[in-house]
Design a protein around this ligand. Structure first.
Ligand code: PGA
Length: 304
């Protein structure tokens, strides 16, 4: 068998996601490129690895055996990478970090300061939503993740970094802009510009409204906090965002935080890693840096 690591990577993605289309999206490849890699892989192995049943793709018996070895090979490669990073030490290692979309507002400043302190370090930063961070942790891809609530169903170790309050925002011209202590039930009749399903902010908001017995109506969904702020400013609805995403909008009077009972929604940022993951010296240094210094990279908006 003459297999390539690329073929193993594509095979693993198709097996995990059960779909050529989803594997091609996750690997940023075209679907024909994925099919081609799988075909070459099967030709090399000499047996079919997948079978199609209706719309679903399943591993054959040979595919299941191959998948088991594929996971061990990936595990060994990750270990080899960690050992090499340990030999390189803090000064010239590689750091792979993933952060929640909402955390990117302070995480980029944090990484810039870390990079300035350890200027030989190569940093790879992925910014994505909570659901995708959970998948990455399952696959043991990033060294460390900065996110809201640590995921369930994956074995992780996490530490609280700091608070992450969610506030209710409106356009400055909104009739409720200057009303004090607005009852939460009032908002059952309002429409919100909300984050997409899979966002940690979105599920925290939904949980909060459910716990208070108030219906949460979403008008439009958006995957970017910046887009939500602009939509709220344009009067498309109200929004609920982390206070860490708000900076100049309040100072320049484009948005206001409404004074709503039981708000802000209390949340925390966490730094998360897979249980038992051997962190490289760079990753350890970064974790320490985040726990000790993250707070100073928050820019809290001045009160409106
Ligand atoms: P989000 O992340 O960007 O997915 O909403 C925040 C979180 O993890 O709670």
């Amino acid at each position: 068998m003459r297999l390539t690591l690329r073929q193993l990577e594509v095979f693993e993605a198709v097996a995990r996601l059960g779909s050529y289309t989803r594997a091609s999206e996750s690997l940023h490849l075209s679907q024909p490129a994925v099919s081609m890699q799988i075909k070459q892989f099967e030709d090399n192995v000499g047996l079919p690895l997948f079978e199609q049943m209706g719309k679903k793709i399943h591993l054959t018996a040979a595919g299941r055996e191959m998948h088991r070895y594929c996971l061990s090979i990936n595990q060994l490669l990750a270990e080899a990478e960690t050992i090499i990073e340990q030999l390189k030490g803090v000064q010239s290692g590689k750091l792979t970090i993933s952060v929640a979309t909402t955390a990117s507002h302070f995480a980029t400043r944090l990484l810039a300061a870390f990079a300035a302190r350890y200027d030989g370090v190569t940093i790879s930063l992925d910014i994505t939503n909570r659901e995708s961070l959970k998948n990455q942790l399952e696959q043991n891809e990033p060294d460390l993740v900065i996110m809201g609530q640590p995921p369930e169903g994956v074995e992780v170790e996490s530490s609280v970094i700091m608070e992450n309050p969610l506030v209710l925002i409106a356009a400055a011209s909104h009739p409720l802009a200057h009303v004090k202590n607005i009852a939460l039930k009032h908002f059952a009749a309002e429409h919100f510009v909300a984050r997409e399903a899979g966002s940690g902010t979105r599920s925290a908001i939904q949980r909060f409204f459910d716990n208070h017995g108030v219906t949460f109506h979403t008008g439009i969904e958006m995957s970017s906090n910046e887009a939500i702020k602009q939509a709220v400013e344009a009067g498309l609805g109200l929004g609920i965002v982390s206070v860490h995403t708000l900076e100049l909008e309040l100072e320049t009077g484009r948005l206001v935080i409404l004074d709503v009972e039981d708000f802000p929604i209390k949340r925390h940022w966490h730094i998360v890693q897979r249980t038992g993951k051997r962190l490289s010296p760079v990753a350890l240094a970064f974790k320490q840096f985040v726990l000790e210094e993250a707070q100073q990279f928050i820019r809290l908006p001045a009160p409106s």
